[in-house]
Design a protein around this ligand. Structure first.
Ligand code: SAJ
Length: 407
């Protein structure tokens, strides 16, 4: 039996996937409310195919509890934030979960860490916890790092099809853990050592962060001299070895906007490009806010109650607001003691999560003269007609209306 510890955005789909592929799974989370929701037959976030996967896993016998299980395999999938000052990974949740596992696990158990951690974190923080409980690593307890790669919005498909990495102290244990993931994963599963696995995961997200920062920087250069950044990127990408990403209103989510900071925190003298890239991405919501004020002025809009942000989530078609550019922008306004702009998000229509949020789309539109498209949800693509006559700042270059402003 596998005890999956942490039933959030990664732990839950992973637990469901294994259970629906014939593995006996118990999911553990210390959040009683979350466990009660799952036990009542409901999933805790929206994701394509998740409800169907949940139904299959429940049928296959998955259990949810707040208790840690006595078993021979654990998958730990808890958040790893970073310390805002040192930028280093904060492994407190991983350490707390492993401590709980140590209280119940028998000798011979394997502990798999799925959470993203910077290289060396497992050596520095996890091994000592295991040793402090009197276990010899590699003899009494096996330690493995199996970072995930799934993208919110396409998690179920990517869980099934992505290649994976498994880092282990020995090939034999790596292969054993691989056999569990191979029950559902149709991609290639590479077995390597733990530190390499830690580094690959952080590097993958850093690669994307740096490339988004490059696109965001281009958007500023092009704005400065009135060039069309989208047309320039489109043409450049026709070169066989150029593939520039898209500028946007900022970078959110719990991965791309967080993980690269681990490298800056651990290697401050070396990670220069990464540091600048993260600063560029973090300052993009401020750049877009300035652009909003500029367009307001140009259109004689003097009251910011007449401006609305469309989209609060960190990206399209997910209900996840962690580190979202809209929240970052509202934060800047709050620091400047400015009245927060109005906002609307089709994923949050029953209860407001930010000040001045309107829950009904038509009402939102009736209260604003200017709409800023912060998130390219499918919902807005089906409603362009309703925006005609409004001043529109499209942060993603997707709006087909005439006279739309861009970042
Ligand atoms: N974004 C841009 N321009 C782009 C692409 C993205 O501004 O061209 C923005 C998005 O709007 C969003 C942010 O970047 O605010 C991050 O979104 P994302 O779709 O790039 O990535 P995440 O954070 O949802 O998921 C990433 C993925 N990592 C990579 O693609 C290397 C995913 O595979 C990882 O599993 C996930 O992080 C994770 O959990 O680490």
């Amino acid at each position: 039996m596998i005890n999956v510890v942490g039933l959030g955005y990664i732990g839950l789909p992973t637990a469901l996937m294994m259970a629906s592929h014939g593995v006996e799974v118990v999911g553990t989370d210390y959040n009683k409310e979350l466990v009660a929701t799952l036990n009542a037959g409901r999933t805790t976030f929206k994701e394509d195919g998740l409800d169907e996967l949940f139904a299959a896993a429940v049928k296959a016998g998955i259990k949810f509890t707040t208790e840690y299980q006595k078993t021979d395999m654990y998958i730990v999938s808890v958040p790893t934030p970073y310390d805002k000052f040192s930028k280093k990974v904060d492994a407190c949740y991983v350490v707390a979960a492993v401590k709980e596992v140590m209280k119940v696990c028998p000798k011979g158990a394997t502990v798999v860490i799925e959470s993203t951690v910077s290289p060396g974190t497992i050596d520095k923080y996890v091994r000592p916890v295991i040793a402090a409980n009197g276990f010899k690593i590699g003899i009494d307890i096996n330690l493995v790092h199996a970072p995930e790669r799934i993208i919110p919005g396409n998690m179920v498909y990517e869980l099934l099809h992505n290649n994976r990495t498994i880092g282990a102290d020995s090939k034999e244990i790596g292969e054993k853990v691989k056999s569990y993931y191979a029950t559902f994963c149709q991609g290639e599963i590479v077995v390597t050592d733990i530190r390499t696995a830690e580094m690959t995961k952080v590097v993958e997200n850093t690669f994307r962060a740096v490339n988004i920062a490059f696109a965001n920087e281009l958007s500023r250069i092009c704005r400065h001299d009135n060039m069309d950044v989208y047309e320039i990127i489109r043409i450049c990408n026709m070169h066989p070895r150029v593939n520039i990403l898209q500028p946007g209103p900022g970078v959110g989510g719990h991965c791309i906007s967080v993980d690269p900071w681990f490298l800056v925190g651990d290697y401050p003298q070396l990670a220069k490009v990464i540091d600048e890239s993260m600063k560029t991405n973090d300052s993009q919501p401020g750049f877009v806010l300035e652009r909003i004020y500029e367009i307001m002025k140009e259109n004689w809009i003097t009251d910011n109650r007449r401006v609305g942000l469309y989209g609060i989530t960190y990206k399209e078609n997910v209900d996840d607001i962690r580190e979202s550019p809209t929240l970052q922008m509202l934060d800047i306004q709050e620091r400047h003691l400015a009245r927060p702009l109005k906002s609307f998000d089709p994923f949050f229509t029953s209860k407001a999560i930010v000040p001045n949020q309107i829950l009904d789309f038509d009402q939102f539109l009736s209260e604003v003269d200017m709409v800023v498209v912060m998130v390219k949800h499918d919902h807005i693509k089906q409603n362009w007609g309703k925006l005609s006559g409004k001043v529109v700042l499209d942060c993603h270059n997707i709006c087909p209306l005439e006279g739309v402003y861009h970042i």
